[in-house]
Ligand binder design. Structure first.
Ligand code: NAP
Length: 237
């Protein structure tokens, strides 16, 4: 069993399956220097595209492939679909549901970070940016003050007026409220990652507009579940 991970759900699934006595290998991309390691065997680093992943599945005699990567990690998910198709290894996609707008929300849905950057100046000037360090360059030329939160420090290009808070979720509602107030945030930019939503509640309470980047489209072929328990039931009924 190979779990493509990098999410809390992937870690939880590896823990649950390991406890049931199933041999699990978790795969991490190696993006963070201090990753939270799941139970069981762990391998770190890319496979070398879909062909590399297919070769790995065969070499390690993987009987089930679980794509439990982040909803915005579209390349590895496409590779998982292609490698599963070529090798015939069954693929299960574990993907947490996205967020939905609630009463009191002021959301602007966009398709990509560039669209978020273009819309931003019309909505606010003190931005809380929680889209991760990799896409921060998209906002480099936006004339606004940014508070960016990420696990690892971002690298140039970056906005000129930027404060970085290095932190890893989950975050508390009280903490998110404090952050928005202390930095006088007037707009939030986030990806529709799903999961804990304290920042969205805090923004709703303050009537702060949210630019929500939609998820990339994924191939519809695989068996998709939305919870760790469902995935575990499919694998070890
Ligand atoms: P991506 O753009 O979909 O993948 C780029 C390349 O990174 C892949 O082609 C693959 O390299 C390698 N890779 C990605 N995930 C891997 C994994 N679990 N194991 C081994 N190799 C992996 O991915 P990304 O958006 O950079 O995300 C990287 C990792 O961070 C993912 O595992 C994801 O779950 C986690 N993550 C992503 C986000 C996000 O917003 N994108 C947020 C939180 C966590 P090869 O082609 O060489 O195999």
């Amino acid at each position: 069993m190979l779990i493509l991970g990098g999410t809390s759900e992937a870690r939880a699934l590896a823990g649950s399956l390991s406890q049931s006595g199933i041999a699990v290998i978790s795969s991490l991309a190696g993006r963070t220097s201090t990753p939270l390691l799941p139970a069981g065997e762990v391998r770190i680093g890319g496979f070398g595209g879909a062909p590399g992943l297919a070769a790995y599945l065969e070499a390690e005699r993987i009987d089930v492939l679980v794509d439990a990567t982040h909803p915005f990690a579209a390349v590895i998910s496409d590779n998982a679909g292609a490698a599963a198709a070529v090798t015939g290894v069954p693929l299960i996609v574990l993907r947490r549901p996205g967020w939905s707008e609630q009463a009191g929300d002021v959301w602007h849905r966009v398709r990509e970070l560039g669209e978020a950057a273009a819309l931003l100046p019309r909505l606010g000037h003190r931005v809380f940016l929680t889209t991760g360090r990799q896409g921060i360059g998209e906002f480099a030329s936006v004339d606004a003050w940014f508070l960016a939160r990420s696990v690892e420090p971002p690298e140039p290009p970056m906005p000129a007026r930027l404060e970085v808070v290095l932190d890893r979720g989950p975050f508390t509602l009280e903490g998110e409220r404090r952050l928005l107030t202390r930095h006088r945030i007037d707009v939030l930019v986030t990806k529709d990652s799903g999961g804990p939503d304290a920042k969205l509640i805090a923004a709703r309470e303050r009537h702060i507009p949210v630019i929500m980047v939609n998820r990339p489209a994924t191939a519809p072929s695989a068996r998709t579940v939305s919870t760790v328990a469902e995935a575990a039931r499919l694998i070890a009924p």
